[in-house]
Design a protein around this ligand. Structure first.
Ligand SMILES: [Zn+2]
Length: 218
């Protein structure tokens, strides 16, 4: 198997996620399906701006044995593997600490997705996987309990998000769409608070501006 093209795809996808602000530093990682039995994952603790295809790791999906790559596989490899094993339709899995969805992950509530383009990309809701420390089998198991065929985005409580899709482009779109959904959700919460707490108006305005507002009508 010539894995060079898909290892190049991992590098390009990481650069795009960094450029769009979804990967801060080395915070975030991805896995792409190479074929039915193999996946490629980002290396651990590597600067994505200097990463090369040689650093990207090729693993056997069944037992995560490393077959190629100079790097050490991402600590969240187990997280991606649970998604890729449960969802044969998924070709790409992206874990981010994207800013607005991660704020929603602190609130710990599932997000309902309105009918329309966002629902086509994300599915009808975005569930929350319970908290467990990064890189543990415990976290992977908690996410696995939430995985459904129709859901392409998941919040990880107090941590971040995982998005997936039938292609790298679709998974990247899910990352963007989750950020859009999370922004709308937070602005709705702020609008409700502004009505009930007029003395917070100035502070809430700063948050709305940071989120790129405007507030929805109450
Ligand atoms: Zn993380």
């Amino acid at each position: 198997m010539n894995t060079l093209p898909i290892r190049r795809s991992v590098v390009e996808l990481c650069l795009e996620l960094s450029r769009r602000g979804h990967f801060s530093g080395t915070g975030g990682n991805i896995a792409l399906r190479a074929d039915a039995a193999h996946i490629v994952v980002t290396p651990s603790a590597t600067d994505y701006l200097t990463m090369t295809p040689a650093d990207v790791c090729v693993l056997r999906l069944a037992d995560l044995a490393q077959l190629e790559g100079d790097g050490v596989p991402s600590v969240e490899t187990g997280l991606h593997a649970r998604v890729l094993r449960a969802r044969p339709d998924v070709m790409a899995s992206i874990h981010t600490h994207q800013p607005v969805a991660s704020a929603c992950a602190l609130l710990g509530r599932a997000l309902e997705v309105p009918p329309g383009p966002l629902r086509q990309s994300l599915g009808p809701r975005v569930p929350v996987a319970g908290y467990a420390p990064s890189g543990t089998g415990w976290l992977a198991a908690r996410l696995a309990r939430q995985v459904r065929p129709e859901l392409n985005a998941y919040l990880l409580l107090n941590h971040g998000a995982l998005c997936c899709g039938p292609s790298a482009a679709a998974a990247l779109e899910a990352v963007e769409d989750l950020e859009t959904l999370a922004r709308t959700h937070l602005l709705g919460l702020i609008a409700a608070r502004a009505v009930n707490h007029p003395h917070l108006k100035r502070a809430l305005r700063r948050v709305v501006d940071a989120l790129g507002g405007p507030l929805p009508a109450p």
